[in-house]
Design a protein around this ligand. Structure first.
Ligand code: GLP
Length: 264
């Protein structure tokens, strides 16, 4: 795991945007895995800005989101489809026909939705770069603690903690979905590269369990320890409970100078 500790949340977003831009420069038709949540907003703002002011194009990109609420129609403002359109897709030149979420509204069978989503990812050639955040309880996507480490796209029931953490996004009388269709942990692990962003002290414990704890279904993000190419971008607050903080800083300096010398 490459753990990168940066000064603040803005630096996390701009470093992530640099990595996305680098990928798209080398591979304009890249397949991106995308995420929702508050942490990603600063990254989307950066990418929109680069699209508007620096010619970064998404016209050939396709995308697959990690998750979507079960039974929530795409035009519901609380759907993740609405979030993605509002915060990102409507502001860039991506062809929305190439943007996918595991949508399961109406009477669709979620099991079939999961199978179809897996197939759609395969048909696109797999995910080149998966962006994501982390839940306060260590979830990735909506893979809550106890999710199988070999899981594929399916329905998950959200935990009380996740419902509480996300309740800030719903008004008092608004319906808050308790079920979601999410890529599984094995689906996420199939991505070529993973970029996880975490900012703020409320993520510090989950980050420490993900990076330095045992690999365990009780902390789904810890499965990323088994992935070959993971970069974890943290601000100081999210990094606060890491025991090896100084080592990660030192390693990052070494890696940057290796990059300068060898361009890798
Ligand atoms: C949600 C999403 C996750 C996201 C997490 C953290 O539950 N399903 O993909 O990583 O919450 O969100 P935030 O960035 O708002 O803390």
């Amino acid at each position: 795991m490459e753990v990168v500790i940066l000064k603040n949340a803005e630096c996390v977003a701009s470093t992530a945007a640099d990595l996305v831009a680098e990928l798209l420069n080398n591979r304009p038709s890249a397949v991106l895995g995308l995420a929702t949540g508050s942490t990603q907003l600063a990254l989307y703002r950066q990418l929109v800005n680069r699209h508007l002011n620096a010619g970064l194009s998404f016209s050939q990109v396709s995308s697959f989101n990690l998750d979507e609420y079960l039974g929530v129609a795409p035009d519901n403002p609380q759907s993740y489809r609405s979030y993605m359109n509002r915060e990102f897709f409507d502001r860039i030149d991506i062809d929305k026909r190439n943007t996918f979420l595991p949508l399961c509204a109406g009477n669709e069978n979620p099991h079939l939705v999961g199978l179809r989503y897996e197939q759609e990812i395969l048909n696109a050639g797999g995910i080149d770069l998966q962006l994501m955040g982390i839940g306060g309880n260590g979830h990735i996507g909506f893979n809550e603690p106890s999710s199988s480490l070999r899981s594929r796209t399916r329905v998950k029931t959200l935990t009380k903690q996740t419902l509480k953490d996300n309740s800030r996004l719903f008004s008092k009388h608004e319906f808050q979905p308790k079920l979601a269709v999410t890529m599984g942990i094995a689906t996420i692990m199939d991505a070529d590269r993973i970029l996880l962003l975490a900012t703020g002290g409320s993520k510090a414990e989950a980050v420490a369990r993900m990076v330095e704890g045992p690999v365990s279904a009780m902390c789904p993000a810890s499965a990323l320890q088994l992935h070959e190419r993971v970069t974890i971008l943290l601000d100081e607050d999210a990094a606060a409970q890491l025991r090896n903080r100084d080592y990660y800083r030192w390693t990052y300096q070494q890696n940057e100078s290796l990059k300068d010398r060898f361009g890798v």
